[in-house]
Design a binder for this molecule. Structure first.
Ligand code: 13P
Ligand code: SF4
Length: 344
């Protein structure tokens, strides 16, 4: 297989995720919102639950959302679980708390329903790393490619893909891909290289990565292990290989819950977005979880943090902002998503 990713794409992706000095997870000033008292949080949660009923809405929430949002969800989970929930819901309105590509996936699976996301600017660095025009160009130059796209990508990239995967099913999906076609894996090279290793399938890797997970280092893990020598290390596959090499388990955010619940260990170092700890503590009482910090900073995804309780309340009041996509894109993107749901 002698297909090479052009150098300008490597540069392009490196620019998107280049590390910054100071707090790399700094939330933008306009996204900070006002600090709420426990009483204000409780009242807003009650209003949200009331409106949710009135609107016949289902509240789907990703594991990286703030605790006060997770606590009132109908379903909290990883991208795979959320896609499955979106595919089977009968609610009139899907209110999604996560990033934009997750809301778009729900809309593609439910074109007739109203899908709202409290802030449609909540993006993802992986999505940014894969512009659809570049993928279309690359595919035109190499029509033999079988394209597997991680769900963290735009609808236009999904529309150009043969099958979608999530971190929870990527190994299974790639092992089912045709053996007589070269595979292009987009956009996460860290998940892609891990899947290639697990499945033994050679793949061409799009050079994207998650700005947050790429900041964890093996050195930081080893330091945390010294501080918590009894702890097991659990890392997300979006982390660098050097981090995965020193971890006890590499898995999706959902699998982290069952791994920590079933493992006899009492302490765990968690190498992913920090809000993951909330569900782990709730579902594994009596166990201790230590988020791995980066240069002393708590790793919070600045895109996920755009969703706040007050934006969620406004969204249920106004049913805005809604996700809108062209019929053409939705129809093209639905087939590879449905293929993923069938294969997993
Ligand atoms: P999961 O599907 O494992 O929840 O991952 C989603 C994600 O965005 C990780 O950064
Ligand atoms: Fe995207 Fe990374 Fe945030 Fe996940 S943690 S949504 S991959 S930027």
């Amino acid at each position: 297989m002698d297909i090479k990713i052009p150098e300008h794409l490597v540069q392009y992706c490196q620019n998107i995720v280049k590390p910054v000095s100071g707090n790399p997870f700094q939330i933008e000033e306009r996204d900070k919102g006002t600090a709420l008292s426990p009483e204000q949080i409780r009242r807003m949660q009650e209003d949200i639950l009331h409106l949710k009923k009135e609107r016949n809405a289902v509240l789907l929430v990703h594991n990286y959302q703030a605790p006060e949002i997770q606590d009132i969800a109908d379903y909290v989970g990883d991208s795979l679980g959320l896609s499955r929930e979106a595919a089977k819901t009968k609610a009139e309105v899907i209110c999604f708390c996560g990033v934009n590509f997750m809301g778009e996936t729900a809309k593609i699976l439910n074109p007739e329903r109203i899908v709202v996301l409290p802030d449609t600017d909540a993006g993802c660095s992986l999505e940014e790393c894969a512009p659809a025009e570049e993928l279309a160009k690359f595919k035109a130059e190499h029509p033999e490619l079988f394209v597997v796209s991680y769900i963290n990508c735009s609808s236009a990239v999904k529309a150009l893909s043969d099958v979608i995967c999530t971190s929870g099913n990527a190994v299974r999906i790639v092992s089912k891909c045709p053996k007589d076609r070269p595979i292009l894996f987009t956009p996460d090279q860290n998940l892609g290289s891990w899947v290639a290793k697990q499945t033994g399938r050679k793949m061409i890797l799009w050079p994207g990565c998650c700005y947050a997970h790429a900041l964890f280092t093996a050195e930081a893990v080893n330091q945390a292990k010294k501080e918590h020598p009894e702890a097991k290390v659990v890392a997300h596959p979006e982390c660098l290989q050097e981090v995965k090499d020193v971890s006890d388990e590499v898995c999706s955010t959902e699998k982290m819950i069952s791994y920590c619940r079933e493992n006899p260990a009492r302490e765990f170092i968690i190498v992913t977005e920090a809000n993951m700890i909330h569900r782990l503590q709730k579902e594994c009482p009596g166990k201790l979880f230590f988020p791995l910090r980066v240069r002393g900073y708590l790793p919070e995804c600045r895109h996920m943090k755009k969703i706040t309780l007050s934006k969620l309340l406004d969204t249920l009041r106004t049913l805005r902002p809604q996700i809108h996509l062209s019929k053409e894109i939705m129809d093209q993107a639905r087939a590879p998503i449905e293929r993923m749901l069938e294969w997993s």
